[in-house]
Write a protein that binds this ligand. Structure first.
Ligand code: ADP
Length: 677
């Protein structure tokens, strides 16, 4: 049954007549509703004129006709203004966005609008001080979070907790601070396995399109001088045995929609792009290390190769669809379902690594209670398939290119933008379906659907059943969008939440951090907040004095701030808090694996905070009941004020208390509290 189509433009009343100059006229070429819905409307009109209700017509039976008639009534009930989209900051995604909006028959405001829009489509970042409602297609802090250094740190924290689960990210070191560690670790690994002949790839932080990337065989070949001091970099183990197609190395650009942070909702596009090198691949040797067309798959580099082939269909050329590669692998007998499920799991785990800090940025930019938009974001995941088909994460892009055309040199020096069918096929679908998923009208439609259409039960599938387009029901509102293809975005979280929730420990640590941040709008915890956290969670005792707490705070905070990118605020950043938390967990729960130590400490803290909340609640009630009684209640910020305002104490007394804490691979790499100044 086709319950409610979007009413054709002619019968959809506009919210208001404002149309800025240059706003494109909406084409009216394709009827919106499918045949059954139109038929149902006609029937409903006939019912109205005959005065008969649907139940009478169906002889009291709850048949399909009755449901359709109900749908028609609901169509009338939810006849609504078109969704409005501000595309004035869409930049290079504008063309694909325009096509998507035309397909959806939504209303575009290419020069912005005086009144608020439902959706703001930004090409680069979240920031816009004038948005107080609606939705923005960027999260605050995402660009910072997916920079090479930050991503490596976030994944490493997860690798410390769950080394096996996070082995999809190449071993990495952050330069310059971890250069000595890099040299030492490589030396030790070579000693233990003399046959190991590694290659490393050095990638400047914040770079893109292969900018500044080079390969080395020897750690001492890192170009430490000059730019590295001002621009840090990540050095990573180079994956020497990638899967080849037509003897060429390629990587996959997969589009992922982070639809919501709280609750976490992730969708993956069923198809992506494969970007090919333009020189046949050879394993790295000193002779070929510098051959970028052989080792780097970046489109922006390879387009300059004489061998670059513009693809005019999905299966050939230097940029193809990922599905065409999967088909090819499948015909060679590869288990593509397994490849796909490994990719899904890589994506979910990576986002789990990113969410704790994103939540800190979110609450800082859009604190609860302050008017602001909600956010969603399309991310570009760059993934390399190894020869054994294991997917490895290369990087995450906050602003994946959504261009659907490419430059072509018509005659020497004369360039023209020409459409790229492969890009258009994949990218327009991703943008259009993202919009369909965040459609502000959808909730109303869903409410109505739950009354008028049959319930579509949640499929409980195993991750392995999740092949590309594996027959999942992506969205129950599909039926209301007659004329549009089924969604290309597939929900993977919360769908597979049960399989991944145990990994979300740092999220819970971040929740504690945010609770004690205190003043809204900050991302760093002051010494008072840290002490309050310790005290409220009952973490100090005779063997862990408040003086030791101060030392822990100062020591870790100082080290993180010396390497941090964000120097605008002083105080303890989330990563520093996480390090302190891990340290406390190791101290309190000796001899357990790290993730169990951390989980136990989180449980302990959450238990005490819940007890405190309950006590406050009772206190509050007591106050209300006794009206004027002065009840000494505790609050996160006001308990034990004398202690709170005491200066940070002499640190030497507690020095060494944290000996044995995890300290390797953190800035400065010394044990917190080890008595450094
Ligand atoms: P950029 O943001 O500059 O594109 P990437 O991290 O995506 O940086 O790296 C650029 C290219 O280098 C990738 O597309 C890939 O082809 C190659 N590459 C990056 N890291 C590795 C690695 N660890 N092993 C093998 N190849 C890599």
């Amino acid at each position: 049954m086709e319950p409610a189509g979007i009413p054709p433009p002619s019968c959809a009343p506009d919210r208001e007549a404002e149309e800025p100059p240059g706003s494109p006229a909406l084409p009216a070429e394709r009827p919106r509703d499918g045949e059954p819905a139109r038929k149902a409307r006609e029937e409903a009109a006939a019912e109205r004129s005959s005065g008969r209700g649907p139940a009478e017509r169906g002889g009291g039976r709850r048949g399909p006709e009755e449901r359709e008639a109900r749908a028609v009534r609901a169509v009338r009930a939810v006849r609504r203004p078109r969704v409005t989209v501000d595309s004035s900051k869409a930049k290079t995604s504008l063309e694909a966005l325009k096509i998507s909006l035309r397909q959806l028959r939504w209303r575009e405001f290419p020069f912005g609008r005086r009144l608020p829009c439902d959706i703001y489509w930004h090409g680069v970042s979240f920031h816009d001080n004038y948005i107080f409602s609606g939705q923005v297609n960027k999260f605050p802090g995402m660009t910072e979070m997916v920079r090479k250094v930050t991503l490596s740190r976030a994944v490493r924290t997860m690798q410390d907790l769950f080394p096996v689960e996070y082995n999809f990210y190449p071993r990495s070191w952050i330069l310059p601070e971890e250069f000595p560690l890099f040299v030492d670790e490589v030396r030790m690994m070579k000693e233990s396995d003399p046959s190991w002949k590694p290659t490393f790839i050095v990638k400047p932080d914040g770079g893109c399109q292969g900018d500044g990337i080079y390969l080395i065989k020897d750690p001492n070949d890192v170009r430490l001088a000059g730019s590295l001091q001002s621009r840090p970099a990540v050095v990573q183990e180079y994956i020497c045995k990638p899967l080849l197609v037509d003897k060429l190395k390629f990587d996959i650009r997969l589009y992922v929609l982070l639809k919501s942070l709280e609750p976490l909702e992730i969708y993956i596009a069923k198809d992506g792009l494969s970007r090919f090198c333009t020189e046949p691949y050879q394993e790295p040797t000193l002779k070929n290390l510098h051959q970028v067309f052989m080792h780097l798959t970046n489109y922006s580099l390879n387009i300059h190769s004489g061998n670059f082939i513009h693809s005019d269909n999905a299966n050939t050329g230097s940029k193809r669809t990922f599905s065409s590669i999967l088909c090819r692998l499948s015909s060679r007998g590869a288990d593509v379902k397994k490849v796909w499920s490994d990719i899904i799991s890589l994506v979910i785990k990576t986002i789990i690594a990113l969410t704790p800090e994103l939540k800190v940025y979110y609450q800082s930019d859009i604190p609860a209670g302050k008017p602001g938009p909600t956010c969603f974001q399309i991310l570009g995941f760059d993934i390399l398939l190894m020869k054994n088909l294991k997917p490895m994460l290369l990087e995450v892009n906050a602003n994946p290119s959504m261009r659907i055309e490419h430059e072509q040199e018509l005659s020497p020096g004369v360039f023209e933008n020409v459409p790229s069918p492969v890009d258009e096929e994949v990218k327009v679908a991703v943008i259009r379906d993202t919009l369909r998923l965040v459609d502000p009208q959808k909730k109303k439609r869903k409410d109505f659907q739950s009354q008028s259409s049959e319930h579509v039960s949640e499929t409980k599938e195993d991750l392995l059943d999740a092949g590309p387009g594996g027959g999942l029901d992506y969205d129950t509102s599909r039926n209301t969008e007659a004329g549009l293809p089924s969604l290309c975005l597939k929900q993977v979280f919360p769908k597979y939440a049960k399989q991944f929730n145990y990994l979300r420990l740092v999220d819970r640590v971040a929740a504690l951090f945010i609770r004690f941040l205190g003043v809204k709008g900050t991302t760093k915890l002051g010494p008072t907040g840290f002490r309050t956290f310790i005290r409220n969670c009952k973490l100090s005792n005779s063997s862990f004095s408040m003086a030791s707490v101060d030392i822990l705070y100062i020591d870790i905070t100082r080290r993180w701030n010396s390497v941090g990118i964000d120097h605008r605020e002083s105080g303890m950043c989330l990563q520093a808090f996480v390090e302190a938390f891990f340290c406390l967990a190791q101290k309190k729960y000796k001899s357990l694996p790290l993730h169990e130590q951390v989980a136990s400490l989180i449980d302990f803290c959450e238990y005490h905070l819940a007890a405190l909340d309950e006590k406050r609640l009772l206190c509050g009630r007591g106050v209300v009941e006794r009206r004027s009684a002065a009840v000494p209640c505790l609050t996160d910020g006001l308990e034990g004020t004398a202690a709170l305002h005491a200066p940070l104490l002499n640190r030497t007394a507690a020095a060494g208390k944290f000996a044995g804490c995890r300290s390797h691979r953190y800035p400065g790499a010394v044990s917190p509290g080890a008595g450094r100044d």
